[in-house]
Design a binder for this molecule. Structure first.
Ligand SMILES: O=C(O)C1=C[C@@H](OP(=O)(O)O)[C@@H](O)[C@H](O)C1
Ligand SMILES: C=C(OP(=O)(O)O)C(=O)O
Length: 469
């Protein structure tokens, strides 16, 4: 099927989706089956100027904190992806009025810290680990009880990492065996602050604790083994909540108020990542990515690609709504393998699937270590990428916390993204430099983080088509 025709499907959470124009524009969507494949073929040089959609992490937090603020907040640059739409639907179900003046804007009529109402049904977080873990913290502080569920992938993801610290704060949360969703969160707990050392670097766990801390008596302190993205801390500060934070540390006290305000969401570095690698790998490419979010806790891939020999220039660096952004100019360049520095891992945790593709196309060996968290994302990303790239002729050894990848020539073939959005887009990039067409199976979940990916990719020269499964 040609990529310019719009393809509608229905995914796991039952939210209609459109792979081409974004999930918000699909109220009349037809359910044509959950499985969608990509066909990706060798392309000529990639050219042009593009702007990727809004940041997923910031969009989740913007809806949550604007809902708890007092008064009307205006969110611009909002990501209209399925993950963040599920979060918006959760707050609507708890009585928050959210208007949609345009696809990338939301007006949130905040109800104040204690103004949420009990939802009449289970809250469906869809595919979103961020949505579920942050909501667990926030709901632990409510007077009412609630239940959170997710799709098949989210139902396998570990929630003990949030249940444990929240229980120490006094929350009462019941899970399925093994700490898996659905989660039942009892209302009416009197939370007390804790001083918690995270066993793994996780912005989601840190944020869940801080959101519970808004409702807790006394002070809540989080220490991280490695600094992670600090959007929750920055947004709390911007909306007037007293907070002290630095790399790897955050401290708040409960019982203050959030002021409504304007929240500008930067574009998502994680979405830009696919284009950074694609333009690096396809000879003759020269692509400009406008206004990319450059929070240093997100740009580890840029450092890794530069170590591999990539030619990526930051133009016009500036501040926008309290976040650093820059235009990124990428010209193709030959890559060589590297040992990815472990210190970069948390700053590029979502970029490993596309880094696997860069390493597969590089000269020589790349080694990834210290990234065991990849095994518990939307899929086991080490296993999925290793299997797929082997299918395309690359030699990869999996290790418990990473992989050893021998760069080589990619051939065509069929690979399975098993519903993981980042693996799907990464394999689509692999197809651009493969000797024959690459069929990528099970790509519908790209709409969770990057609605419009296929159209944008085709606009700058990808040869990428949708195929119904
Ligand atoms: O806080 C966030 O918005 C996120 C944190 C990361 O997860 P972990 O906290 O599990 O590392 C990341 O993988 C996810 O895509 C978004
Ligand atoms: C891991 C991811 O997100 P989440 O944990 O929110 O599902 C991701 O987007 O790569």
């Amino acid at each position: 099927m040609p990529a310019h025709q719009h393809r509608h499907t229905r995914g796991e959470p039952g939210i209609p989706r459109c792979l081409d124009c974004g999930a918000g524009s699909v109220s009349n969507a037809i359910d044509s089956g959950a499985l969608v494949n990509y066909l990706s073929s060798a392309s000529g040089p990639l050219h042009g100027e593009i702007r990727v959609p809004g940041d997923k992490s910031v969009s989740h937090r913007a809806i949550m904190l604007a809902s708890l603020a007092e008064g009307r907040s205006q969110i611009s640059g909002f990501l209209e992806g399925e993950d963040t739409l599920a979060t918006a639907a959760a707050f609507a179900a708890m009585g928050v009025r959210i208007e949609t003046p345009s696809a990338s804007e939301r007006i949130v009529h905040g109800v104040g810290l204690h103004g949420l109402r009990a939802p009449s049904h289970t809250i469906d977080c869809g595919n979103a680990g961020t949505g579920m873990r942050l909501l667990t913290g926030l709901l632990a502080g409510q007077k009412f009880s609630s239940t959170l569920s997710g799709d098949a992938s989210l139902s396998k993801r570990p929630m003990r990492r949030v249940i444990e610290p929240l229980s120490q704060m006094g929350a009462c949360i019941t899970s399925e065996t093994g700490g898996l969703p659905p989660l039942q969160i009892d209302g009416g707990a009197n939370l007390i602050g804790i001083d918690y050392r995270l066993p793994v670097a996780s912005a989601q766990v840190k944020s869940a604790i801080l959101l519970a801390g808004l409702y807790a008596q006394g002070e809540t302190i989080v220490h991280e083994p490695h600094p992670t993205r600090d959007y929750t801390e920055r947004m709390l500060a911007a909306l007037g909540w007293p907070i002290e934070f630095s790399a790897g540390y955050a401290r708040i006290t409960g019982g203050h108020r959030l002021r409504a305000g304007a929240i500008r969401v930067p574009t998502d570095f994680s979405s830009a990542a696919f284009f950074l690698v694609a333009a690096t790998l396809v000879p003759g490419s020269d692509l400009l990515l406008r206004e990319v979010g450059m929070n240093p806790r997100r740009t580890g891939l840029l450092a890794a690609l530069r170590l591999m020999g990539a030619d990526i220039v930051e133009e016009n660096p500036r501040e926008l709504g309290g976040e650093s952004v820059a235009d990124l100019r990428v010209r193709s360049a030959p890559l060589h393998g590297i040992d990815v520095p472990i210190a970069l891992v948390p700053d590029m945790i979502d970029e490993f699937p596309i880094l696997f593709v860069a390493a597969a196309a590089a000269k020589g060996r790349s080694v990834i270590r210290g990234a065991a968290e990849l095994r518990i994302k939307e899929s086991d990303r080490i296993a999925v990428m290793a299997k797929g790239l082997r299918e395309l002729g690359i030699t990869i050894e999996e290790t418990p916390d990473g992989a050893i990848i021998e760069g080589g020539i990619l051939r065509g073939g069929a690979v399975d993204a098993i519903g993981d959005h980042r693996c799907a887009m990464s394999f689509a990039v692999a197809g651009l430099i493969a000797s024959d067409v690459v069929q990528v199976r099970d790509c519908a979940n790209v709409a969770t983080s990057f609605p419009g990916f296929v159209n944008l990719a085709n606009r700058c020269g990808f040869v990428l088509q949708l195929e119904s499964a």
